[in-house]
Design a protein around this ligand. Structure first.
Ligand SMILES: Nc1ncnc2c1ncn2[C@@H]1O[C@H](COP(=O)(O)OP(=O)(O)OP(=O)(O)O)[C@@H](O)[C@H]1O
Length: 384
């Protein structure tokens, strides 16, 4: 860790905020046609860190980002770029300090991907826009970083959305600024590129000490990449904190207006809404063994009960979300006889029982007991 990073981390720990670095917004109000959409936006993105905006569609994430990058006029407040109010900076000065991924305003007729990326170097070239060898080196490094070498020489308009997105990110990266603004940088990318680009963004922040502010819809990735998460809801930033402070309890579910069980804040898993009906099948699961069975039953719309799961079991959230009933025991406690009885009653009321568990030991003896019970009753099945 560099000395600068250590200083930065310790400065956070003692609560000291350095307004002269990164990006800072104070009492910022954003909106359209002078009508406020989000008020009092107070964000600070430190060098080397990533702040991610999350929130439902239309909540105002892009509006905040567009205002920060001056594509949209602010209604009130101040945006500090590396300590200086953005109003006092010329566009040419801002573009040396702050870069953004944008697609709308760019004219890309007859341009190759590499040329589009190279336009990110224009703030550093003279009026004729001639790039030096050093500029082209930065262009090619950025293209390499986003894994877009194979499409760099193609017509920018004739490549896929995902390839275009990677090149636009390269364009922002080679602009070589201290602040990077990204609006949904992974929306068109497949899973492999999503992970790759986000890992690169993370590395870029840490290694080059860049302050990054972005919006993301992939909640499972937000907590892995962000230092700070700001939640946009209604006419304000509803909550701001570390991923651990945001992804807890039922906050995210409330932010997005979904059922509490539709999302597991610990793993980031999402579950389709299920109508809770009287269970027809009892699933003996545990340790992740039951998940595939729950999903199959859900796809077939067969209501089920599950058990006996400890509340810290990896499949507890899935069972709770997809099952009509779950017999569970507190984490790290031995399974009580009352829970075994409850599970047996449910087996009695179901027409069949599926045992997803392959191996039994002292920790899941109660489940072995249930399997034997189901067998005695002639209800044991091995697959859906
Ligand atoms: N040019 C515009 N003029 C007026 N209103 C606009 C304009 N662009 C967006 N809006 C409105 O501003 C609100 C916020 O839009 P914004 O694009 O910032 O949301 P978002 O959080 O980025 O959404 P998404 O997750 O769907 O990308 C929406 O109600 C939208 O309809």
């Amino acid at each position: 860790m560099s000395e600068k990073q250590i200083r930065q981390e310790t400065s956070e720990n003692d609560g000291f905020e350095n307004k002269n670095s990164g990006l800072w917004t104070q009492n910022l109000t954003v909106g359209y046609d002078r009508i406020p959409l989000i008020r009092d936006v107070e964000l600070h993105v430190h060098p080397g860190e990533i702040l991610t905006l999350i929130g439902p569609n239309g909540s105002g994430k892009s509006t905040i980002l567009k205002t920060i990058t001056k594509q949209l006029s602010k209604i009130a407040g101040t945006i500090y770029v590396e300590g200086t109010p953005a109003d006092k900076l010329k566009d040419s000065e801002i573009s040396k300090q702050l870069s953004m991924v944008m697609t709308e305003r760019l004219r890309t007729e007859l341009m190759t991907g590499r040329e589009v990326v190279a336009s990110g170097r224009y703030p550093y070239t003279g009026k004729l826009g001639i790039l030096s060898e050093e500029d082209w080196k930065k262009v090619d490094e950025a293209i390499e970083l986003v894994n877009a070498k194979e499409v760099a020489e193609q017509d920018f308009r004739r490549i896929s959305d995902g390839q275009r997105q990677r090149l636009m990110l390269a364009r922002a990266i080679c602009q070589d600024t201290q602040i990077l603004v990204l609006d949904e940088p992974t929306s068109y990318l497949d899973m492999g590129f999503k992970l790759d680009i986000l890992a690169n963004i993370r590395r870029l922040a840490r290694e080059k000490n860049i302050a990054i502010i972005m919006s993301l819809h992939e909640l499972d990735l937000v907590s892995k990449i962000s230092d700070t998460v700001a939640c946009v809801k209604g006419d304000k930033i509803d909550r701001i904190g570390t991923p651990e402070e945001i992804f807890t309890g039922d906050y995210i579910q409330k932010l997005y207006g979904v059922d509490e069980m539709s999302f597991d804040p610990v793993t980031g898993q999402v579950f389709l809404h299920v109508e809770k009906k009287a269970p027809e099948v009892f699933v003996i699961g545990g340790g992740g063994s039951g998940i595939a069975v729950y999903q199959k039953l859900q796809r077939k719309q067969i209501p089920f009960a599950a058990g006996i799961l400890q509340e810290n079991d990896v499949e507890f959230a899935a069972a709770r979300a997809l099952g009509s009933e779950v017999v569970s025991e507190k984490a790290f406690s031995s399974i009580g006889m009352d829970k075994v009885e409850k599970a047996k009653q449910l087996i009695d009321s179901c027409h069949s029982c599926i045992c997803a568990v392959d191996e039994f030991g002292p920790q899941n003896e109660a489940c072995l007991n249930l399997k034997e019970y189901a067998q005695e009753k002639g209800k044991l099945m091995y697959s859906v």
